[in-house]
Design a protein around this ligand. Structure first.
Ligand SMILES: *[C@@H]1O[C@H](CO)[C@@H](O)[C@H](O)[C@H]1NC(C)=O
Ligand SMILES: *[C@@H]1O[C@H](CO)[C@@H](O)[C@H](O)[C@H]1NC(C)=O
Ligand SMILES: *[C@@H]1O[C@H](CO)[C@@H](O)[C@H](O)[C@H]1NC(C)=O
Ligand SMILES: *[C@@H]1O[C@H](CO)[C@@H](O)[C@H](O)[C@H]1NC(C)=O
Ligand SMILES: *[C@@H]1O[C@H](CO)[C@@H](O)[C@H](O)[C@H]1NC(C)=O
Length: 481
């Protein structure tokens, strides 16, 4: 990225692109090709985030055709909290391995958000929920209860899709347990959201880490440093960013800064979809107000799990300097110097308030805490800003088992799922599937492809010998009840 900035023709490009930016609407919304918002366990469409986003009920249309074979149940909270988003008023319960399939039109990275919230239902006791969740062959949650007191749990994953569909599976841990989900989002991410190469921090050396886009990533922390919580309503990709206070380990001599001025996005730097204005317009800084450069860092710490690699994305935007060329600082990840004498003015082609991010990959170590710090370097000036950070994201990479939650693969989970009495033969199932496909095709031909028929909750189970390595779920049998 740095090479780009040294290139004179880039400056011209930059000049042009900045003008383009000014001309185009400041808050033009990103409009993803694939944008599935599903309100599970309901036939109602509900609006959230100031009516900007509509979650479609999953009991509509094709569901009636697929009811045979599903052992899924819709539940509705008998007494929902009035302040609670309507997507948490209903849930779909799965008593057997089940899946949602989403037709994908735009290959590449997709953001998958899965929402869980405890429901008061007469039919199901949440303490009986215990399940695994898979996304396209990656095990993303195992032995998960979905339970977190009053708060909704939103799990977010960034998954590369190069097939026609994305599959989310829900697998109860045992026959006596069930799985549930309240809402699902599947959104094609902007092409520049995940770059394929990051810097791998290997002790004191930093080397390239390639193939990042093909890893399954779980967003574990997304932090707006020095600023308030940013809600999906105010984010270009409907993300949530939390304030940094709870992660601060050392902040002596630091202060918060805020700008109401414009954030100057440039080509080659971060885009508004990578990180919104509302995150770049606040920061925490170390600054010098007299003739000495301070001698301390700002350090944040994040709980991590040993045995996984983590992507650390640090967001910088110099909203604090009074002029260009005055800001130099060091960046440490896990105590290792990963960026010496960072010169934000140079990186951003001498434009203040211009955002930039840096990606590092580190191993989660036995300490269980991943630290990031910014602080003065030997080039730092007195009477200037000597360290800044605007935002930080920590994402977990899948392990070699293809899992984000334990040393078990999706295949092992499915292989171990207890088989019961097979009610209907595989042949019958196959003919049912054929009929369904035919009627769906005919239906589509008549009405054209609509979102509402492009995905469908389907039964999922395995039968012996049907498990192929690339085929995470094989529909093998059906129980018509
Ligand atoms: C779930 O928990 C059980 C019991 O602790 C354990 O044997 C099993 O391996 C776990 N499954 C997964 C997928 O982590
Ligand atoms: C969106 O951000 C503005 C400030 O930028 C804030 O006043 C407003 O409350 C935010 N809205 C939501 C719904 O978070
Ligand atoms: C500069 O200010 C810091 C605190 O802001 C103080 O600790 C330090 O002693 C000051 N140095 C001088 C030379 O006044
Ligand atoms: C900043 O933090 C790093 C890593 O924790 C440490 O090596 C370095 O000495 C610290 N610098 C200052 C000025 O405290
Ligand atoms: C994540 O899974 C992919 C595909 O299974 C695999 O190629 C990759 O090595 C895994 N990542 C890690 C860090 O083990």
């Amino acid at each position: 990225m740095e090479n780009l900035y040294g290139n004179p023709s880039f400056s011209l490009l930059l000049f042009l692109s900045l003008h383009l930016l000014v001309v185009s609407s400041l808050y033009q919304r990103f409009s993803p090709v694939d944008n599935y918002l599903i309100n599970c366990g309901s036939s109602d469409e509900v609006s959230v985030d100031g009516n900007n986003r509509k979650f479609m009920g999953d009991s509509v249309k094709s569901d009636s055709v697929l009811m045979c074979g599903t052992r899924t149940i819709s539940i509705r909270d008998s007494n929902p909290d009035l302040g609670l988003s309507p997507i948490y008023h209903t849930a779909r319960v799965f008593t057997k391995p089940s899946k949602y399939e989403f037709e994908i039109r735009d290959k590449g990275t997709h953001a998958v958000r899965i929402h869980f919230h405890q429901l008061n239902s007469a039919k199901y006791d949440v303490s009986d929920a215990l399940f695994h969740v898979s996304v396209n062959g990656f095990l993303v949650l195992s032995n998960f209860t979905g339970y977190d007191n009053e708060n909704a749990r939103i799990k977010e994953y960034l998954i590369w899709v190069d097939a026609e569909k994305l599959v989310i599976g829900f697998i109860p841990s045992k026959r006596s347990k069930f799985a549930f989900v309240n809402a699902i989002e599947v959104i094609s991410a902007p092409k520049d959201l995940i770059a394929d190469t990051a810097q791998f921090v290997n002790g004191d050396s930093v080397e390239n880490f390639d193939g990042l886009t093909k890893q399954a990533l779980e967003v574990v922390y997304r932090v707006n440093v020095g600023g308030p919580k940013v809600t999906p309503f105010n984010d270009s990709l409907w993300r949530t960013w939390v304030p940094d206070e709870e992660f601060l380990k050392f902040s002596e001599g630091s202060s918060r800064v805020y700008t109401s001025g414009r954030i100057r996005y440039q080509m080659g730097g971060a885009s508004r979809e990578v990180c919104p204005d509302n995150v770049y317009n606040s920061a925490r800084v170390i600054s010098s107000s007299n003739a000495t450069v301070p001698n301390h860092n700002i350090t944040w710490g994040f709980d991590v799990v040993e045995g996984y690699k983590y992507l650390v994305r640090m967001h910088f935007c110099d909203i604090a300097s009074i002029a260009i060329g005055l800001i130099y600082f060091n960046v440490h990840v896990d105590g290792h110097l990963v960026y010496k004498d960072m010169d934000l003015s140079y990186i951003t082609n001498e434009v203040l308030s211009s955002p930039f991010y840096a990606d590092f990959v580190v191993d989660g170590d036995s300490s269980g805490v991943l630290t990031v710090s910014v602080g003065p370097s030997s080039k730092s000036f007195p009477y200037a800003v000597d360290g800044i950070l605007n935002g930080v994201e920590i994402m977990k990479l899948n392990n070699s088992m293809g899992s984000l939650d334990g040393e078990v693969s999706v295949e092992q989970v499915l292989k171990n799922w207890p088989r019961g009495n097979i009610g209907v033969s595989v042949a019958l199932f196959a003919s049912v599937c054929l009929l369904l496909t035919a009627s769906l095709l005919m239906h589509r031909r008549r009405v054209g492809v609509k979102d509402s028929v492009a995905w469908s909750p389907l039964p999922m189970d395995i039968s012996k010998g049907n498990l192929k390595s690339n085929n995470q779920f094989s529909c093998g049998k059906v129980e018509c009840s």
